[in-house]
Design a protein around this ligand. Structure first.
Ligand code: SAM
Ligand code: SF4
Length: 326
């Protein structure tokens, strides 16, 4: 069992399959982003070895992310192998949805359970502005494909950016009236690459909630206001779906964080918002045994930071969001 020094049991690993992406969202990476050479990224067999080691330590939930995980060659086979690893109970994915019309069904057949799809606005012009070159229609088709393939309940992730989509929270929340989705609004966080935009244009959850309530009525807490993962969840009157808020800054959830992240270049990162990482790929390539890797992982878990340091101005600048795996 992987336990940190604050008593949190860590069972949930997000694996970034690639730092590449078919979009360039303005809150995630610069337009002229350069990507790592492929040989610096974990190869398929290296991912499977590490997943086996994590599973032997009690990790049971895996979320695949990136970059855009669906642009990774072999993604269906990767899902199949991870989902069939003894001890792994659930494999999910965070994706921009663009390739789901082609991939949703094979991914579901390979053992993928659910998807979170990023969608920040229902306005095609604003969508293009936020993603720099995305086509909204592709994502809408991706959501439909995910539902048809049974990758449900679908969760929609929306990052809110001042001057780009803060008014769109109402239309996005309205989706939950007729769809059994969870639409989750995310406070923008600062990393490397586009730090100035991330700091200057962030919108806080209380403002998002006020806009939604003014237009659509009261947000009624679900689960007695308890967290669902990192989101606080509400329901609009008569709605089929729910609305979630991920308030990293206005209501931090560090105390209940049981996540770890494995970057595409094989570094174990114990807090999204702290630079602390332990390299697992280099020792693996140098012949470390599974026992050696287990020891490295347990040491990293033990050293998991209590929480982020954004209030003290401690911004993680060693990677962009896309390089960490959100
Ligand atoms: N490409 C996939 C996608 O967009 O869903 C997966 C990777 S993306 C880095 C994972 C999540 O992080 C997405 O929901 C995205 O909206 C979110 N994200 C990206 N940059 C962010 C930032 N600066 N602050 C908060 N969330 C961010
Ligand atoms: Fe790509 Fe996702 Fe980052 Fe957008 S948020 S640029 S889709 S990795």
């Amino acid at each position: 069992m992987a336990l940190d020094r604050f008593g949190r049991t860590i069972r949930y690993l997000r694996i970034s399959l690639t730092d590449r992406c078919n979009l360039r969202c303005i809150y995630c990476m610069p337009e002229d982003m350069t990507f790592r050479p492929r040989d610096e990224l974990m190869q398929d067999e290296e991912i499977f070895t590490l997943v086996r080691v994590f599973a032997s330590l009690g990790f049971e939930k895996i979320r695949l992310t990136g970059g855009e995980p669906t642009v990774r060659a072999n993604v269906v086979e990767i899902v199949r192998r991870i989902a069939s690893t003894p001890g792994i109970r659930e494999v999910t994915m965070t994706t921009n949805g663009i390739l789901l019309p082609r991939l949703a069904r094979p991914l579901a057949e390979a053992g993928l359970r659910r998807v979170n799809i990023s969608l920040d606005t229902l306005n095609p012009v604003k969508f293009r502005r936020l993603t720099r070159w995305g086509d909204l229609e592709d994502v809408l088709e991706g959501i439909q494909a995910a539902e048809e393939a049974g990758l449900t309940p679908v969760k929609i992730n929306a990052v809110i950016v001042r001057g780009y989509n803060e008014e769109d929270v109402v239309d996005l929340a309205r989706l939950t009236l007729d769809h059994p989705w969870q639409v989750r609004f995310i406070e923008m966080m600062p990393f490397a690459g586009v730090t100035e935009v991330q700091l200057r244009l962030a919108v806080r959850v209380p403002e998002m909630m006020a806009r939604i309530e003014a237009a659509l009525g009261p947000l009624i807490p679900v689960n007695g206001g308890r967290l669902d993962g990192e989101a606080r969840v509400y329901r609009l009157p008569e709605a089929q779906g729910t609305v979630g808020f991920i308030a990293t800054l206005s209501q931090p959830f560090c105390a209940s964080c049981t996540r770890a992240r494995l970057t595409a270049d094989g570094h174990l990162r114990m807090c999204l918002l702290r630079e602390y990482e332990v390299d697992l790929l280099t020792p693996l390539r140098q012949g470390a045994s599974e026992e050696d890797l287990r020891r490295l992982i347990l040491e990293a878990v033990w050293a998991k930071p209590w929480g982020h340091g954004l209030y003290e101005g401690d911004i993680p600048l060693n990677r962009t969001m896309s390089q960490i795996g959100g």
